[in-house]
Ligand binder design. Sequence first.
Ligand code: ARG
Length: 248
Amino acid sequence: MKKIVAMILVAMLALAGLTAMAETLTMCTNVAFPPYEFYGEDSEPTGIDVEIAKAIAEKLGYELEIVDIEFAQCIPGVQSGKYDFSAAGMTVTEERQQMVQFTDTYATGIQVIIVPEDSEMASLDDFVDANGSVKVGVQMATTGDLYTTWDYEDEGKGTVDRYTTGAAAVQALLAGKVDCVVIDNEPAKNFVAQNEGLKILDTAYAVEDYAMAFAKDSPIYEDFNNALAELIEDGTVQGIIDTFIPAE
Ligand code: ARG
């Protein structure tokens, strides 16, 4: 009897030890960017970034915790070590590479322009030509914000209104507060499908690569990136992308 109790005790301790060993990786993102991150039917975050991150965490034996914050806070949060990494449909840019290190890229994005369905404008410059300037809506601190700020606001050709989410920028467009919204193509398709009276212009604004961001001194960066590379190699990543972006 004593022996059995001892054995059970040992087993319980071992189990407790194992659960304690599964460390948590904290991922920050802005969960308002479908199909990369959004709240699923069960009110839990899901999407391409979330499922890829889950697959990597599982491969490496970590628990994954997802923290929903403003996009503008993702890079500072990673840099300061508050979060282990960010997966947020984040574009690799030279400026960001000064602040964080990026994994291999796992997806491509295109900055597109959403306008009212009845608009006759075919580009941002058409607005400038017709009205003398363009009013652009963007999600704050995104590449859509950076590029239109450089190309239009800084050039005196327009103003850029910055919203905390892409969805809020789209609401401003529907309310007539801005002429157009510049945002990544897949979220754009989602927002146009969810709201009546909008369309996406054929003229793309910029093509970019998405990657996950880590602090430059992150101790897990290499393992994480190797795991990602393996999941790209074995088709897992493409499988995840295909479930969220059905072929047209
Ligand atoms: N690709 C753009 C960027 O890196 C937008 C990303 C926005 N992501 C999000 N989860 N809201 O700036």
